[in-house]
Design a protein around this ligand. Structure first.
Ligand code: RP5
Length: 165
């Protein structure tokens, strides 16, 4: 892999995962975090996965967000091949509503961690926020943007429920 200016790689097993994973991309955009989105299938493009994951650190990525559905081995395989932190997003599957994805990603045997988020959009957003929090440890500007993002979220919460909403 050539070098990248992106700090975060968002990888996903299929084009069909993009409807979920785009929420990670949009969250990183809102925080001003450079990112790159790639389709990397553990079973359909295993060589692409191997080349990506073994070269990700040298390419310049600092964190990987990996989303997959069904027998979702992409995050675990990526984590096995890179020293970078990997956050896994279980994509909601048609057959089992993402419970298969969740269990596939979360149940990593001890030794190779995948930080596993919630199924679907919430997981994609939170994976991006965790990636940003990791990067913010060594980036004061990003730390301030992350604080501002959280403050804006707090400010949007009304004190009382409304019939209009
Ligand atoms: C996984 O299989 C992908 O991550 C996706 O969530 C699921 C279904 O893929 P498609 O059949 O829609 O390409 O590899």
């Amino acid at each position: 892999m050539t070098t990248t200016k992106a700090d975060v790689a968002i990888i996903m097993g299929s084009q069909s995962d993009w409807a979920t994973m785009r929420h990670a991309a949009e969250t990183l955009d809102a925080l001003g975090v450079p990112h790159e989105s790639l389709i990397v299938s553990a079973h359909r493009t295993p060589k692409r996965l191997y080349d990506f994951a073994t070269g990700a650190k040298a390419a310049g990525f600092k964190v990987i967000v990996a989303g997959a559905g069904g027998a979702a081995h992409l995050p675990g395989m990526a984590a096995a091949l890179t020293p970078l932190p990997v956050f896994g997003v279980p994509v909601e599957s048609k057959a089992l509503s993402g419970q298969d994805s969740l269990l596939s990603i979360v149940q990593m045997p001890a030794g190779i961690p995948v930080g596993t988020l919630a199924i679907g959009k919430a997981g994609a957003v939170n994976a991006a926020l965790l990636a940003a929090a990791v990067l913010a440890l060594s980036d004061d500007g990003l730390a301030r943007r992350l604080d501002a993002w959280r403050t804006a979220q707090t400010d949007r919460v009304a004190e009382r429920p409304s019939d209009e909403a």
